[in-house]
Write a protein that binds this ligand. Structure first.
Ligand code: ARG
Ligand code: GLU
Length: 719
């Protein structure tokens, strides 16, 4: 028994020790990863990647708007990110006459670059661990609340005493579920302009059909520029601002890639959950994902049909549809992947090992022995609340604009109740422009249909005990259709104009108007039922789970002291590294790691909304005019690797062994989207655009000579 388990231990831990899995802290590479990275072929040192004393690669990476990553590729602040990261900016500059989504956009000079209010680029200046100071004074018997309030107090004190420049920001974030804390010093630029984008038929080629799918042929890139004040520091938008002069920008390599090559992705992954117990994975697979997918099935069917019928709808709903479809498809892939690699079974096996280690040591047993059974109990208890919570969130918070607006208005009124006129004004100041932007892309006739479909599902699927009293009895399906029509006809929230009127009202009058509004009334009923019957228990169980998860992580680290653990993604800068590699998606099928322009042509469907190919690109293909970007008369388009990435890593630069830019991360393969909770090297792959395709499009397709000159200056010597 003993021998067997030791063997099993080695076997099970082996994949965990493989380099590809993990989102590593840039400041700890020296200590944890450098050797491994160099063994995999990296020719740099950890300091080349992250150094606080001299310019390093990290100075060429920014968090793009807080939701994506971008990198600097010229001495004049030119930023490379994904087309889908720039999407809403591009959309906001587009009209039916100047449709930059459809036709692309290339600024011929600095003056033609387009400002994007609200868009930011944030640099990490440095990070340091401050765990001891943050947890100072914590005691064993404290409640979660006491614990948190002490931590908040400590954090406030540390922030106050941390020296920093006036233009810098300081924050402290938890890592490892709060087992560690890091202080992050950042600088945020606020004048970010659109420089160039290919048409959607290149930048979003394959659209939702190909999203999350390999083989892929999307030129998913766009160009922006950071502008700074005269001192090269952050400044609000001004026509007098100057292109930012970076400390560091990336060198580009056109050498191309081969299977097995080292790849490094440097960016801002948002959120992962890699240390869930088997019961947590089961919860995602059986409770969370099915509800989300089911609700989105319904709303996507409505929106998609309308978009295909009408080009105005298509333009207005493009971004909303893409966002909703993106999560929907990812979760479908996640469920399939988790089943396929038997994630629950493998986690369970791993837990047996953990338990075995505990049973061999009474102290460990005492400290951690209750954790796994407790997880099981809590997830079982959570399930019904989670289900209603997910239904509620999808229905009122995500898919139906009218209800989401009602929710925001209710928040505004609550803020007035709790913090008076000042709080009201503050929130209103943010809410008003936000809603104005939202309603530019809002069509009541479509929202109404989405509402009707989701309301029906909501009433059918959510247990009576979690619904407002009597709500089910009230509506037959005919009455439901009547209700939706009436809501959208009579609600002040169903048009931009009538919302505009609302902003003139005093808080008291606003409350009165809203309380008489049918959509607001309905939302309030739903919200109150949710708050009274679901939210309390949901949050109580979730917070106990969080506590337990932290103890579990401490347990894992204690029981397996030799393993290198990486913290879950938390929206901070990370390094992931791996290699270019194909995979086997199904029995007897092998995917190669690189695609070519010929593959774009294979998918070409004239006039199709997803797979049309611009005429000029077809001509370039016919003539094989690839310049320095081709490889044996073929033009590389995308490639895949084993880098462990997630949402937020979009736009992350992909660097080769020497730190030169070879690609742009933008997606993962469908079979492997479960890497957010369970990374498996056999099928988890990230998808990247080849930098040669990016430059080819800029030079040969767009003929943006000014940009070619600017970027070419940054080209690495070709040795
Ligand atoms: N799947 C990628 C990501 O998660 C790309 C999404 C944008 N593209 C789209 N067709 N929706 O962000
Ligand atoms: N497209 C994703 C993003 O916007 C990256 C894909 C993923 O989730 O890995 O960040």
């Amino acid at each position: 028994m003993k021998r067997l388990s030791t063997l099993l231990l080695c076997f099970l831990l082996l994949p965990l020790l493989r380099a590809d899995e993990g989102m590593w802290l840039p400041n700890l590479l020296k200590q944890l990863n450098e050797k491994d990275m160099q063994a995999m072929g990296m020719q740099m040192t950890a300091e080349d990647i992250y150094d606080i004393n001299r310019a390093s690669l990290k100075d060429a990476i920014v968090s793009f708007g807080g939701f994506c990553t971008a990198s600097l590729i010229s001495p004049e602040g030119l930023l490379l990110t994904n087309h889908h990261c720039g999407y809403s900016s591009i959309q906001s500059h587009s009209t039916m006459e100047h449709n930059y989504l459809e036709d692309g956009f290339w600024a011929g000079s600095f003056e033609q670059e387009l400002p994007n209010p609200g868009l930011t680029a944030t640099f990490l200046v440095r990070m340091e661990e401050v765990t001891q100071k943050v947890i100072a004074g914590l005691q064993a018997g404290m409640t979660a609340q006491e614990r948190q309030s002490l931590i908040d107090k400590n954090i406030a004190a540390i922030l106050k005493e941390t020296p920093h420049e006036a233009y810098e920001e300081v924050e402290i974030k938890p890592y490892f579920k709060g087992l560690q804390y890091y202080l992050l010093v950042t600088v945020t630029y606020r004048d970010i302009r659109l420089v160039g984008t290919p048409p959607e038929s290149i930048g979003k080629f394959g659209a939702d059909t190909d999203n999350w799918v390999w083989p892929r042929h999307t030129g998913d890139f766009s160009l922006f520029r950071i502008y700074a004040g005269p001192d090269n520091l952050p400044a609000d938008y001004s026509p007098n601002n100057q292109p930012y002069r970076p400390k560091k920008y990336l060198q580009i390599s056109l050498d191309g890639i081969r299977e097995g090559d080292f790849t490094l992705v440097f960016g801002y992954p948002a959120r992962t959950n890699e240390y869930l117990p088997a019961s947590g994975i089961k919860h995602i697979l059986e409770v969370v994902d099915p509800v989300r997918v089911g609700m989105r099935d319904l709303s996507l069917a409505v929106m998609g049909a309308a978009m295909r019928r009408n080009p105005v709808v298509k333009l207005k709903y493009a971004s909303k549809f893409a966002g909703i479809a993106n999560g929907w498809k990812k979760w479908i892939g996640e469920m399939q992947g988790l089943k396929r690699v038997n994630a629950i079974g493998r986690k369970t096996q791993f837990e047996l090992l953990f338990l075995e280690q505990l049973s061999a040591n009474p102290d460990l047993q005492k400290a951690f022995g209750d954790i796994l059974p407790r997880f099981k109990e809590l997830y079982a208890e959570l399930a019904p609340y989670e289900q209603s919570h997910q239904y509620y969130t999808e229905f009122t918070g995500r898919n139906v604009d009218l209800l989401r607006t009602a929710g925001l208005m209710r928040r505004l009124l609550k803020i007035y109740e709790s913090s008076g006129q000042k709080g009201f004004d503050n929130f209103k100041q943010r809410l008003q422009p936000y809603l104005e932007k939202q309603y530019k892309n809002y069509l009541p006739q479509i929202d109404q249909k989405v509402f009707a479909a989701l309301m029906q599902a909501y009433l059918e699927q959510v247990p009576d005990a979690h619904l407002p009293e009597g709500i089910k009895e009230k509506w037959t399906s005919e009455q439901m259709a009547g209700l939706s029509a009436e809501l959208y006809q009579n609600s002040v929230l169903s048009s931009a104009e009538s919302i505009d009127q609302l902003w003139r009202l005093s808080p008291k009058k606003l409350a009165k108007t809203l309380e008489a509004d049918p959509a607001y009334q309905l939302f309030t009923r739903l919200a109150k039922a949710y708050e009274e019957k679901v939210q309390g228990d949901y949050q109580r169980i979730k917070s106990e789970l969080e506590e337990l998860q932290r103890r579990y992580l401490r347990g894992l680290i204690t029981v397996f002291p030799k393993k290198h653990f990486y913290p879950d993604a938390n929206g901070t800068l990370r390094v992931t590294y791996g290699q270019v590699k194909g995979y086997q998606p199904r029995d007897a099928v092998v995917f190669l790691p690189q695609t070519y322009l010929a593959g774009v042509m294979e998918k070409y469907k004239p006039g199709d909304y997803e797979f049309d190919v611009p005429e000029k690109l077809r001509q370039l293909y016919e003539r094989k005019q690839y310049g320095p970007y081709g490889e044996n008369k073929r033009l590389p388009v995308c490639f895949i690797g084993t880098n462990h990435t997630t949402g937020g890593n979009s736009g992350s630069p992909v660097l080769d062994a020497r730190g030169h830019l070879i690609g742009l991360n933008f997606d993962r393969v469908w079979e492997g989207t479960m890497s957010d909770v369970f990374y498996d090297r056999s099928i988890c792959r990230n998808i990247m655009v080849d930098i040669r395709y990016v430059l080819f499009i800029i030079e040969k397709y767009a003929e943006a000579e000014n940009l070619v000159q600017e970027i070419r200056g940054g080209m690495a010597d070709r040795d």
